[in-house]
Write a protein that binds this ligand. Structure first.
Ligand SMILES: Nc1ncnc2c1ncn2[C@@H]1O[C@H](COP(=O)(O)OP(=O)(O)OP(=O)(O)O)[C@@H](O)[C@H]1O
Length: 636
């Protein structure tokens, strides 16, 4: 944001060529005005221009007299325009005459967002007659609500479309007792850079000019602060993710995309006990201790690396932390071809204080050691994929997209001045061993957190998250038409779901599937926990076979959901032999009474379910494995 205090606001750069043209047209205008006045004073009813006036009022003469008249009028216009400028200059120099403050906000800067939100909430734009209409999406828009025939009885609107005013005309409104004028330039024209770089895409950098008619400077800061507070309040249910989707040149902000994601509760992230809380505590303490960092002379920044297999919750953790701490995320992909060292430096320095800077899949940006060796051999060392493409060298099979960012560029940015302002740096990777040790040293990465494939405890927790007692109707409840058959109380249902979760978890091996894979399976059994328990073993076996390319585990006796007592569910066990589910010879499950009189079971009872899992050995025989850890059981 920049501001000026002046009696007159000139939103164009007054030193520009455009401004001189303006001055000339003003002079001509004043000259013409003087002609009219002169004509009127001489009693003429109509004026046709300097020459006409010359004929009518100034007196007859030859071509010389026309010229003299014209020069005289031009001089008169110049004197008036000069006087006007001098008056403005005087007013601008002497504070007592200053009666307005003008501030300029540039798109991409957070303050621009604050003011746009304030103006939208103040309904400044509702008189606009021109709108850009978009289908509602996760892209952030400050749209206005239009009265609609689809307005529902509860007063809400059907939010299928967003109406964004294309407000070019100045608008005047009252705010806190002040008159405020707002003008906006949409900045959709091609920037100068694009004349030279036609492939660069449109630079949509808009500007907003706000004039408050007051002498009090505090009015401007009060307005900006109110905008910020409203922004924080409005953004609370969401996490805003800023992205750099296209190149940015000149003063345009590198962060040219903003999306909103619903805030994710911490409880929805299923990790090993204490992991997420310790991360949150660490980040909170970091934000709180800004002063301590300054006094101790330690750069106020913190770096975290989350590493592990895909789909284990690395990104979800970062989004949940951002939501919990009310921070915005600035996410950059180093694999984008337009992101080079200088773009990266600009992008990082324009991230505001107390925000998260995120680089996902940071390993993708740099070549692995084997790739470097290959490059040495082919003479391609140091070249980016983009450069290789330009010189016509085909991409190596399996080669990863290579960034134009260099390791030293990245290290400079992480150590640099722009990264010291309370920024939290998060990086994720699936391959920690591909990262340069220089990147991992404390000060750049202060904490490393390893993510693993799901444990049985995580699988059970995921199951319970998918089937919350309040939203689930169990099969037995659905089929119960018998009046005598009691309905289940919520604690009874909870107990049954707990039992199912244990049975579900027992049907998979420890650390075999990612949480995302298990989530994918559970999504196929929405609202049907019994089906999830019944089918998980078959699903796990199929997936296992696909990934290991052969009949890796041949017999998995699996319990079916079993509940006896007032609400019986058929007791079944299946085993998979040769890949297909077979009827079992014996039911292996604990029995839980759900009758009202005997009370619900406890989860401890549920954990007693005897589950046998066997794994084949290479010679075709099978070995029993510990059902908790998935490791082979030692023979007694
Ligand atoms: N530990 C977890 N707890 C809850 N949900 C999870 C967990 N892990 C994965 N998921 C779910 O799986 C999906 C993918 O998760 P996410 O993107 O966080 O994984 P990731 O580890 O970042 O994967 P990648 O390395 O491929 O980026 C999300 O929908 C998320 O809800």
């Amino acid at each position: 944001m920049s501001f000026q205090q002046s009696p007159e606001v000139d939103t164009q750069d007054s030193n520009s060529w455009f401004s001189s043209t303006n001055a000339m047209s003003r002079i001509m205008g004043f000259s013409f005005l003087a002609t009219i006045i002169q004509g009127l004073l001489n009693g003429q009813g109509s004026v046709t221009g300097p020459h006409g006036v010359g004929n009518a009022g100034v007196g007859a003469g030859g071509p010389n007299s026309y010229l003299i008249d014209s020069i005289r009028l031009f001089l008169l216009g110049s004197i008036i325009e000069g006087g006007r400028r001098f008056f403005s200059w005087i007013m601008g120099r002497f504070k007592p005459f200053q009666y307005s403050i003008t501030a300029q906000f540039t798109e991409g800067d957070p303050a621009y967002e604050w003011i746009i939100l304030l103006l939208t909430e103040e309904q400044v734009w509702t008189r606009s007659r021109e709108f850009r209409v978009n289908a509602t999406s996760s892209l952030r828009q400050w749209s206005v609500k239009l009265e609609s025939e689809n307005q529902r009885k509860d007063g809400h609107f059907d939010d299928h479309a967003e109406y964004v005013p294309t407000y070019e005309e100045p608008q005047l409104f009252r705010w806190n007792g002040y008159w405020v004028e707002v003008r906006r330039s949409s900045g959709t024209g091609r920037s100068i850079n694009q004349a030279f770089m036609p492939h660069a895409g449109l630079q949509m950098m808009g500007r907003l000019y706000l004039t408050i008619y007051t002498r009090k400077m505090s009015a401007l800061s009060a307005l900006v602060e109110e905008g910020r507070q409203r922004y924080v309040k409005t953004s609370r249910p969401h996490v805003t993710v800023h992205t750099a989707d296209q190149p940015a040149y000149g003063p345009a902000s590198p962060w040219n995309g903003a999306k909103r994601k619903a805030r994710r509760p911490l409880s929805s992230i299923i990790l090993q006990e204490g992991v997420i809380n310790s991360l949150i505590e660490d980040a909170r303490e970091f934000i709180r201790m800004e002063e301590w960092y300054t006094k101790a002379g330690i750069p106020h920044r913190r770096g975290y690396l989350l590493y592990g297999p895909p789909g284990t919750g690395k990104s979800s953790t970062i989004y949940a932390i951002a939501g919990e701490l009310g921070l915005e995320i600035y996410s950059l992909s180093l694999a984008s071809t337009f992101v080079d060292d200088s773009f990266l430096a600009r992008a990082v320095s324009s991230i505001p204080k107390q925000a998260i800077f995120l680089i996902e899949d940071i390993d993708c940006a740099f070549p692995s050691r084997e790739e470097l060796d290959d490059d040495e051999a082919t003479g391609l060392a140091g070249a980016t994929a983009y450069m290789a493409g330009m010189v016509g060298i085909p991409a190596r099979p399996g080669a990863r997209g290579r960034s134009a960012v260099t390791m030293s560029g990245l290290l400079n940015v992480l150590d640099g001045v722009g990264s010291e302002e309370g920024k939290i740096f998060f990086a994720t990777t699936n391959y920690v061993d591909r990262l340069d040790p220089a990147l991992l040293r404390p000060g750049r990465i202060d904490k490393k957190i390893q993510y693993k494939l799901a444990t049985r405890a995580q699988a059970a927790a995921l199951f319970l998250r998918f089937y919350p007692e309040a939203f689930i109707t169990l099969r037995s409840e659905r089929s119960s038409t018998d009046e005598k058959s009691p309905h289940l109380s919520s604690s009874e249902k909870e107990a049954i779901l707990h039992l199912f979760s244990k049975q579900f978890a027992a049907s998979i091996l420890e650390h075999e599937f990612s949480t995302a894979e298990l989530q994918g399976f559970l999504l196929s059994c929405k609202q049907d926990p019994e089906r999830a328990v019944e089918e998980v073993a078959k699903w796990a076996w199929r997936k296992h076979r696909r990934t290991s390319n052969g009949p890796a585990f041949a017999a998995v006796p699996v319990t079916r959901p079993i509940v006896t007592g007032a609400v019986p569910i058929p007791t079944q066990t299946i085993s998979t032999i040769g890949g297909f589910p077979q009827p079992a010879h014996a039911a292996t499950a604990s029995v839980v009474s759900t009758g009202r009189t005997s009370g619900p079971s406890t989860s401890e009872e549920a954990t007693a379910a005897p589950i046998t899992v066997t794994k084949p050995l290479v010679n075709g025989t099978h070995i029993a494995v510990n059902e908790e850890t998935g490791n082979p059981k030692t023979p007694n």
